[in-house]
Write a protein that binds this ligand. Sequence first.
Ligand code: FEO
Ligand code: CA
Ligand code: CA
Ligand code: CA
Length: 601
Amino acid sequence: TAGGGQAPAGTAFTAVAPNTEDAVVIPENYEQAVVIRWGDPVLPGAPAFDFDRQTPRAQEMQFGFNNDFAGLLPVEGRPNTHLLVVNHEYTTEPFMFRGYDAENPTLEQFQTAIAAHGLSVVQVAGEPGSGRLTPEFGPNNRRITANTEFLVTGPAAGSPLLATTADPTATRVLGTLNNCSGGITPWGTVLSGEENFNQYFANADQVTDPTAAARLKRYGVTGGASERKWERFDPRFDLAREPNEVNRFGYVVEVNPWDPASTPVKHTALGRFKHEAATIHVTDDGTVVAYSGDDERFDYMYKFVSSRKMMPGAGQASMRHNLTLLDAGTLYVATLTGDEPDRIDGSGTLPPAGRFAGRGQWIPLLRTGDDGRGESLVDGMSAEEVAVFTRLAGDRVGATKMDRPEDFEPNPKTGKVYVALTNNSKRGADGTPAADEPNPRNNNKNGQVLEIEDDHAGTEFTWNLLLVCGDPAAADTYFGGFDKSRVSPISCPDNLAFDPHGNLWISTDGNALKSNDGLFSVVLDGARRGETKQFLTVPKGAETCGPIIGDSRVMVCVQHPGELDGASADAPASHWPDGGTSQPRPAVVAVWPAGGGRVGV
Ligand code: FEO
Ligand code: CA
Ligand code: CA
Ligand code: CA
């Protein structure tokens, strides 16, 4: 093994070298199989996938497009059986339909795209001695789409800011959009972040009211026609006709995967921004802390601290109570300061102390009471405004502008919290904030990973950079102090997960080192802290996401295989996973030690 001595448990595998293969490349002595891919049946009666004859009705019963988050929940009383819950972040119509005319999409294409968004819940069965998982028609299988009804809870529920022609009560929203990463809660539900919802709404340029226009701009809602032209088929996507529909997206949604008839929820107490995800830490007294990043250049890191305590147990009463945990509490935004701010020149050169580190504070923005009513803690904004225009609240209190906060995740073993800051090519450009200690490089192409020791329910933390990513041979990279000649190159960290041994695993999106994206293990403690090893790479044009690192199996979502410049269904750049001349299909993959056994041991 690379670092001398024995590799820490969970990380004993031969690192995969950077490559540009049209394949999932895994370590020696491991096996892999697709679990489920775009178009595979989720609900009984779903027709077999036929790329050239796809219909909205079929898509509503099939696995959606562009899988991002994946969660695996054991089914009680059924050994080797799980619910797999997956987000379908977005559609790429030129890859879904041959001869797609972006100027004139058809009604069928619009309806198919609506149905290809959202989430899938599908029962999967394992087998002894293998990590293979096979989808089944279980009683909880479900498709949630961009048309499924959601209940709005928290301070923005019922607000005029969310009222529309179809829903004057401002409490019932059709659909969820751009569900990026997510998290499994300790009470057995799934959280999912509505991320780049701005792209679905048209005609922001016709909004003349200056306050409304400024709010839209702050959320990146701009221009005339939208890319997919959904506004032609459903007026709710046209801001000139339904100015508030856009305010009904950008939340953390919660789905109870154990009840397919349940109405999923949008939790406005956690604020509205481009939520990458939300992940939970529970303190000793049962207080629930939900961490969430806003994935935009120069945007913020948030946490929500519940006022109610989690009720243990898996019964109905516990579930009913725990489903309200994210509806009462306090929303905070982070400020970070460095220990040696004067030593940061934007080149990534380490301060004399040998690492980037400092302190932080959580600034309260919004308190939500047991009755769901909000109290604004920001001068000049109402509670409803803070809940719906949370970025503006962060601006007012001077939150720290970060390099695109992606996954934000507590380590279940240690309680330390990690944030993937994926990249920020605008850092230090004209008129933008220059490098600071937590974001130490101008024109940051490769990203960094932040490690936080948080007083979870409190307002203080300390932080340091675990990784400053990139080519380890480059001077501007840092791998937790580990020998850089013995690590894998890593670029653009996106999703984070932990293995059962407490190692951090990172999946990447947008590798700026000219090789495919992948999945990496990182040792956090001991003499090998910072040792980074590539476990797999995904096919060209794909990003790696949704990693689940189990004891006997690793799973990843392979999102947008073949999404390369100039490629489309008429000129596919990938034939993964079906091979031959097939169209690429986003899919979930399982990887396991050949013949069974434990991952990385
Ligand atoms: Fe959908 Fe921030 O990645
Ligand atoms: Ca992401
Ligand atoms: Ca994660
Ligand atoms: Ca991504």
